[in-house]
Design a protein. Structure first.
Lengths: 224, 386, 555
């Protein structure tokens, strides 16, 4: 029996946590963990999408009427902004993989800025809804000729639940990107160790993809 | 039978034996298989008891033919169970054409039953032997479930929609009615009894009634006709089809909506149109019908439906253009004791139905109840708002 | 423990607790509450779950006492409704779902695969804290008067009409769900990426396969109940109309969303037990499990098929007949993998060398009870029959046979089996067997009459019932007391064994498996002196391990 402890080498590598044998195993584990987490998130949003689909089939006119009150300009702008932030995030991963520290920091900061713009636009949109009495459970009122108030309220319930949950994920993402920026500025990421950037990139792309589904479903119903 | 101890529920409906038959057969199959497994386990455990501390038994990896055998045989057995169960379920869900319609409305914590003759009961259901009976069931508040073990019949009462159940009573006696979907504090007190009688006795009972049943003198169709007047429906729903679709002969037909979709003009559609009239508007008409939510109870809606079902005669305009194009004669659903009143006839109103004021039903007021239909829909002759 | 005979050709070694174990690696509260060691986290879960189990069992006792008599004479209807609701909530979310994975899974998975820890130890600790926070919410709700909606929270009763602490309780369940998700995620990544050299997928113990399948369900299904509970909370708090028919909502949509999780959840509540049984049978019979790959794949099969059967809870809800038929057919299919396992376990006993120690008692008890639980599921899956049986005590009996007769019995058996490894001590064997026997007999007396009274027509969740049904309820309550004693005994002798129990040594059962052969009892914090290298299949009983030897690698 000639096997010796593999553990001692791992204990001395500061970039490898104690439970892992080497960087390769650690990177594989972190990546798989993030994928598993994202699959779970798909199911989480899936419940909302299911409910939305059911009620849209029950009350198509009210959903169309409710949707027309959403501003395509802001929604479209947000879509562009978010896709842009996915681009900058992908560039950040590339920069980390190639040990380009200043570009990494730049792209991470750009991603944060674009994400913040997205959230700012959401504030504008939500404020507009508040002014027009379109927040369910809070002074909701609908006096338009098309759409039944109760059913339009259901539309807006899903609008806020879905975009709100999405925005929450963006806020969490923005929160995580800040320490990543700081660590990047300190030179912690390079071609031999960039797993956190890559894995965060997965998360950020996922949040982007959710929006790409939300936007047409909520904003583009019945528009030609 | 209520009060009588037994190991087995009574069989008091025409299909109860079918349910018991599948039950007993599945018991036999599963007991056989289980006993086989148990016998194997017990005999192995005894026969192969460890004889010495260092004993190592023969290592057997597996046996593919055996694996296939004990996968395929159980698969066959369960598929047979599925097939038989599905066929039986279909039968238990499909009332025969000659079934007469009772309506059942559940609310915390009582059952309100309406006979086709107009008789109303609370927590009791008197039925004759040999007559298939279809129940149209709904709830005024939360989920309930109307369950008669002796009939092997059960169906949830869902607020906001209709469900149906049916049975044909076959044995005289008194049997339990239970609520079988948890509905709050007095769920286990939301019980009653079904009294199955010989047909002659049932006729007698219809006339003279029991202690808690009320003879309103109105069949559901008559009550519906009266409501149609009181709620001013006939103001718009006339036979010229100008302001609102003509309802004569419309029941059971497919109609076209504004968006081009087609829907069936059935009980659920009528109920929705009374409570949410702008949801599914007939093509060619404006969304001007007001909602009657809060002005009519679930019972009243069922009566209006019975009335509309009974409207025979030349079918009205229900396509996109105003002149009537429909040519098929109408066959309204056969209802016992039917009143064939056309829409404009004023029915003879006897006594207003005594509604939920009945005793012996827990009437604890539940918590927040936004927009629930009012308990009393009989004296509302409100101006309609156009 | 009586029967560990040391082979005569060697001197009997004096067994001692090892000097360095995970238990003495720090004694402070901080070393426990901030531990990253999967074994300590398992102990944290064990203590919490034991307390939740006692609470849930107390509620069960109150239910059975009330049901001794037909009238509602012990407590008010509203109180009774809260009793069965809290019983269900606590037992399902805080005992059954976490128990085997969070306790035995956490402790054993890294050991069984030859790893130093799970993939994400900090996430593991966080899972425990999330679990405790969720539990605190529910306990707070209990202190404020509980909740009376039934653990199923059906709308619109729960969202509009109930007068009890729905938001607090649903919030607690929501939070605890994340504990389940993160544990499942941790196990999936651990099993994929941290197996020791030579530990290929098909050399894994079946306990690992079972937990892998369970983890898949935890990760995929739990988010759906999370969002459903969130919508319920929003609806109740803000008066939205999502499930309220008066506002255009659909109460049946709630049922679909709820059962989409809760049906797979019941497989979370049996698959780990099946994994335990595989391990115990292999050891007790000294045999490789018959049809290893069939058992492994059947775990995956149950997990996958289990996602497509939820509508069998809704045959009489107003769901379409045709949808019901699809669900019924697929439900019949999901029974087959369980049957395959049962036959394979039985075949493993054939020509085995079967020891008569307490794990064997628990295993045989499990088989007896699980078979009844499983076949009674077939009755309920049969649509025409389910009309009569739905929401009666027949259903109650069925799921208790599987969850208690199956999972809890397996859990107790697993505790008895791995207790020496976890604590380094043996409990008195005699009392272990008594406990298993009392549990088996008490369980049958409690729940078998419920099949009968359920077919007679006694509905679930009934505070009062017709007098002619009393005899069955009296039998059931009597059985519950016997069952209760069966569960209380282990608390006593397990605790006793910690101080006075015989020292176990590394492998008192002489079982195969890295956790038995390659490390001490209890193990050190880092699990293994050196990473094992696996060269043989699982359950390779052709080479019987020694009771007191720790190997550096497999043979």
């Amino acid at each position: 029996m000639s096997e010796q402890a593999h553990t001692s080498a791992a204990h001395h590598d500061p970039f490898v946590a104690h439970q892992f044998n080497d960087r390769a195993q650690q990177a594989e584990a972190i990546s798989l963990g993030m994928w598993a987490f994202l699959v779970q998130e798909i199911l989480f949003f899936g419940g909302l999408f299911t409910g939305y689909t059911v009620y849209r089939s029950y009350y198509p006119d009210s959903f169309i009427a409710g949707s027309h009150h959403l501003d395509i300009f802001w929604g479209g702008l947000n879509t562009v902004v978010l896709i842009g932030s996915s681009l900058t995030m992908a560039m950040a991963v590339w920069a980390a993989q190639n040990s380009k520290k200043s570009q990494l920091v730049l792209f991470l900061i750009l991603t944060l800025v674009l994400g913040s713009i997205f959230l700012g636009v959401k504030v504008i949109e939500y404020t507009d809804k508040f002014t027009h009495h379109l927040i369910p459970g809070w002074d909701f009122a609908w006096a338009e000729p098309h759409g039944h108030p109760k059913h339009v309220q259901i539309f807006y319930s899903f609008y806020f639940a879905m975009t709100g949950m999405h925005a929450l994920h963006m806020i969490i993402g923005a929160g995580i990107i800040i320490p990543l920026i700081i660590m990047a500025m300190r030179g912690k990421f390079h071609k031999d160790y960039y797993a956190p950037i890559e894995v965060f990139g997965l998360y950020w792309h996922f949040v982007d993809i959710v929006w790409i589904f939300l936007f047409p479903l909520l904003y583009l119903i019945g528009r030609h | 039978m209520i009060g009588k101890f037994a190991f087995w529920p009574d069989l008091a409906s025409s299909f109860a034996w079918k349910v018991d038959a599948i039950y007993i057969l599945i018991i036999l199959v599963t007991v056989l298989v289980s006993l086989g497994v148990y016998a194997a386990i017990v005999s192995f455990v005894i026969k192969y008891k460890r004889k010495s501390e260092d004993e190592i038994p023969e290592q057997i990896e597996g046996n593919l033919p055996l694996e296939i055998l004990w996968s395929v045989i159980p698969l066959g057995l369960v598929l047979a169970m599925f097939g038989w169960g599905a066929v039986l379920f279909f039968e238990l869900s499909t009332p025969p054409a000659e079934a007469i319609n009772f309506s059942v409305v559940g609310k915390q914590w009582m059952w309100k039953v309406q006979h086709p003759s107009g008789k109303r009961e609370i927590n009791e259901l008197h039925v004759p032997i040999g007559q298939p009976i279809r129940l149209t069931i709904t709830s005024e508040d939360v989920l309930h479930s109307f369950y008669i073990p002796a009939f092997r019949a059960k169906m949830d009462a869902v607020p906001g929609r209709y469900t149906t159940s049916w049975f044909e009573p076959s044995k005289a006696g008194e049997y339990h009615i239970f609520c079988a979907e948890y509905c709050g504090t007095k769920h286990s007190m939301m019980i009653g009894r079904v009294v199955v009688m010989e047909p002659a006795q049932y006729e007698q009972w219809l006339k003279t009634g029991g202690a808690t049943a009320v003879n309103t003198g109105e069949t559901p169709e008559m009550a519906g006709a009266r409501l149609f007047q009181e709620q001013r429906c006939m103001t718009c729903h006339q036979t010229n089809g100008i302001m609102a679709p003509v309802l004569q002969g419309l029941y059971g037909k497919e109609i076209e909506l504004q968006g081009g979709q087609k829907v069936l003009f059935d009980e659920a559609y009528i109920r929705e149109s009374i409570l949410n009239p702008t949801a599914k508007i007939t093509a060619g008409y404006q969304p001007v019908m007001p909602t009657f939510q809060g002005q009519v109870t679930e019972d009243a809606i069922m009566q209006l439906i019975a009335y509309i079902k009974s409207l025979a005669g030349a079918p009205g305009a229900h396509a996109a253009t105003s002149p009537p194009t429909e040519t098929k004669p109408v066959e309204p659903q056969a209802t016992e004791g039917q009143a064939a009143s056309p829409s404009t006839e004023t029915p003879a109103v006897v006594t207003p139905p005594a509604d939920d004021a009945q005793p012996n039903a827990g009437t604890d007021t539940p918590a927040a109840q936004p927009d629930e239909p009012q308990a009393d829909g009989t004296d509302s002759s409100k101006e309609e708002t156009m | 423990m009586s029967a560990v005979a040391v082979p005569k050709h060697e001197e009997a070694p004096v067994l001692e607790i090892p000097s360095r174990t995970y238990l003495n690696d720090g004694y402070s509260i901080k070393s426990w509450l901030l531990t990253l060691d999967h074994k300590r986290i398992a102990i944290l879960y064990a203590v919490a779950i034991a307390i939740f189990f006692l609470m849930g069992a107390s509620f069960a006792l109150m239910i059975r006492l009330e049901l001794l008599t037909p009238g509602g004479d012990l407590m008010e209807a509203e109180t009774y409704n809260k009793m069965f609701t809290m019983h269900g909530l606590i037992m399902i979310f805080f005992v059954l779902i976490p128990s085997i994975p969070a306790i035995l899974g956490n402790f054993l998975i890294p050991l069984m695969i030859g790893a130093r820890d799970v993939a994400f130890p900090r996430l593991n600790l966080m899972s425990w804290y999330i679990f405790m926070i969720g539990g605190t919410f529910v306990l707070t709700a209990a202190l404020f008067g509980g909740v009376d909606t039934g653990w199923t929270f059906y709308t619109p009763y729960s969202s509009v009409y109930a007068n009890s602490n729905v938001i607090l309780t649903a919030g607690g369940a929501f939070i605890t769900g994340f504990s389940s998700i993160l544990t499942g995620l941790n196990f999936i990544v651990t099993i994929h990426t941290m197996r020791a050299p030579g530990m290929t997928w098909f050399r894994l113990p079946l306990f690992i396969w079972a937990h892998y399948a369970t983890s898949l369900i935890q990760v995929l299904a739990t988010p759906v109940i999370a969002i459903t509970l969130l919508l319920l909370i929003l609806e109740r708090g803000l008066g939205l109309g999502i499930f309220n028919p008066n506002l255009g909502g659909d109460p049946i949509l709630f049922q679909h969303l709820f059962w989409f999780y809760s049906h797979p959840a019941v497989y979370i509540m049996i698959l780990p037990g099946m994994g335990v049984i595989s391990e115990m049978i292999a050891c007790v019979a000294r045999r490789r499990i018959f049809g290893y790959s069939f058992v492994a794949f059947s775990s995956l099969g149950i997990a996958i098929i289990g996602f497509f059967v939820w509508g069998h809870h809704m045959y009489v809800s107003g769901q379409s007949v045709y949808a019901g038929m699809v669900f019924s057919l697929i439900t019949m299919l999901v029974a087959i993998p369980s049957a395959i396992k049962t036959f394979n376990w039985t075949a493993t006993l054939y020509k085995g060398s079967i020891s008569y120690e307490s794990p064997m008692y628990f295993t045989v008890g499990f088989l007896g009870l699980f078979v009844i639980g499983g076949v009674t599921g077939l009755f309920l899956a049969t649509m025409g029959l389910d009309i009569h049986m739905h929401d009666t005590y027949f259903v109650v009996a069925h799921f208790h046979y599987i969850m208690v007769g199956g999972e809890i019995m397996a859990f107790m058996g697993g505790l008895h089996f791995w207790w020496p490894k976890i604590t380094g001590r043996c409990y008195p064997e005699f009392w272990g067997k008594i406990s298993a026997t009392l549990i088996f007999l008490g369980f049958n007396l409690t729940f078998f009459p419920q099949f009968i009274v359920g077919y007679i027509g006694m509905p679930r969740r009934y505070h009062t019932y017709p007098p002619e049904m009393q005899i069955f309820n009296v039998m059931s309550t009597g059985g519950a007391f016997v069952l209760g004693i069966g569960y209380l005994l282990p608390f006593i002798y397990f605790l006793w064994s910690l101080k006075y129990g015989k020292v176990a040594g590394p492998n008192p059962w002489r079982a195969k498996g890295l956790e038995w052969e390659n490390t001490t009892s209890p193990p050190p914090t880092e699990n293994f002196a050196s990473t094992p290298i696996v060269t043989e299949e699982a359950y390779e009983y052709t080479h019987l391990p020694e009771a007191h030897v720790v190997r550096a690698s497999t043979h």
